[in-house]
Ligand binder design. Sequence first.
Ligand code: OXD
Ligand code: MN
Length: 595
Amino acid sequence: MTPDSAANANVASHTLVQWVADSARLTQPDNIVWCDGSSSERERLLQEAVKSGVLIPLNPRKRPGCYLHRSNPNDVARTEHVTFICTPSAEDAGVTNHWMAPDEAYSRLGTMLEGSMRGRTMYVIPYVLGPVGSPYAKVGVQITDSIYVALSMGIMTRMGECGLSMLGDSDDFNRGLHCTLDLNPERRFICHFPQDNTIWSVGSGYGGNALLSKKCFALRIASWLGRDEGWFAEHMLIVGLRNPEGHTRYIAAAFPSACGKTNLAMLLPPPALGRWKVFTVGDDIAWLRVGPDGRLWAINPENGYFGVAPGTSAKSNPNAMRMLAHDSIFTNVAMTPDGDVWWEGMDVEPPPELFDWQGDQWRPDSAAKAAHPNSRFTTPIANNPVLSPHVEDPCGVPISAIVFGGRRATTAPLVLEAKDWLHGVFIGATMGSETTAAAAGRVGVVRRDPMAMLPFAGYNIGDYWRHWLAMQPRITEPPRIFMVNWFRKDVHGAFLWPGFGENLRVLKWILARIDGRVEGRETLLGTVPEPAELDLSGLEIAGEQLRLALAIDRDEWKTEMASVGKFFDRIGRSVPEQLRELHRALSNALETDRS
Ligand code: OXD
Ligand code: MN
């Protein structure tokens, strides 16, 4: 589509035309390009991005259709400290979010945006979250001055004409205004205005801050819409598991950023479980609705993966390695002299020389990492060799189990089943996990990360828990709720459980519980497997190691409950009383019960 072509683009929504005109008046771009999502447009944008140095083409024989992007070194992760929920009252945002009054946010960012696109091109990107035509899909339009963002949105969303035709003449779309400014961290703000279905993001080109469809719309704004409209927007993968008898069930699992959601979503079964098949519906975000049958049904709002590269290997995620072979954008990975990519944990020896993520010469004896720990790949879902055939189903897939997981070296057992919905919500609400490189700040510190939504709930977390509880009566066939932890370590710091493909053994136990085929062992904190109930065929794991992986240590859990109590106190009166009560009951039982 040619510049300044709103008329040619057949934009029926007067509100959209007006909003783009207002944004252009504010930012004063030299050109406006309405993106149509065609392959010719993509080719043109790719060529421009290469010409301007934003993308480096990789070796077409090794990585056809692939490009490398190097970001500003100060702009490599989500920046939670400058991410704001802008609601009329601070109480609506709650203590786990940063809050700014809407007027103040519009005015502060408005000043930064004034004339900010002078000399630049404004891309107008209409997109659909969810299968096109699904009654659950939603339309967003992002304005950006970043060609890298425009190209990435073309991978991550169903982008272009489909967005405009789904919108028609309606004014019901998310308005995302993004401008990179000068990438000065002092002028970096990601502001959400849920009442206006609007996002303003300035000063960053990093995916989680700048691809506004993802964390900003599909989680923060959507969680707000979900509360009002009676559904859930969650930081969850969606995976289908087909058993050897040919029956497929679906699990939705919430893990914090960079804790293995993508790996679990496209897991390759170990040889002993080779008759099982795993299908990916989504790897990061799930929108869950109650179906007419009283079950929860999930769609993946996205159309691509924005995954963490380091640690991805033929061993940890062979399906991901296959999908990254072509038509992907890599950000901040290392580059080999012959134009291929490399990162730590790829499990192939680094060549004697590399260009590190900043483009500098790197040798295997260099002290620094070659790839940034939060370096990423952006790749279309269609590249995934195990993509579920149901990914475009308008009503999604029915969910049999919800799994909450964290990265915990201690305390949390390999798997545990909640007693009921309330207890499951408690487990999700109180989960803890070690921080990762996906967000700026210290790595490896345990923090409470309720439902893996700490950085993504678009409103007061206590009200968000209330919404989970309030939905219960409507979900007459609820999924069962579990907690998992692949990351527990022994005293020497070695992982107790092998993880990756072997995690299917745990998922198999979860399905067996749902089918009533295993009893498990009841504990104060929920039901854990008897070791013999786990299918360990073909796996060498010492009995003691497994016992430790499954163990519930009373002292560790007392400490855990004390930390949960402090977290609840910090959140204050919005914590639902039912969760408070359960916390008291579990804490007392840990003190007194000797079973
Ligand atoms: C992500 C994240 O990029 O959670 O998915 O940070
Ligand atoms: Mn995520």
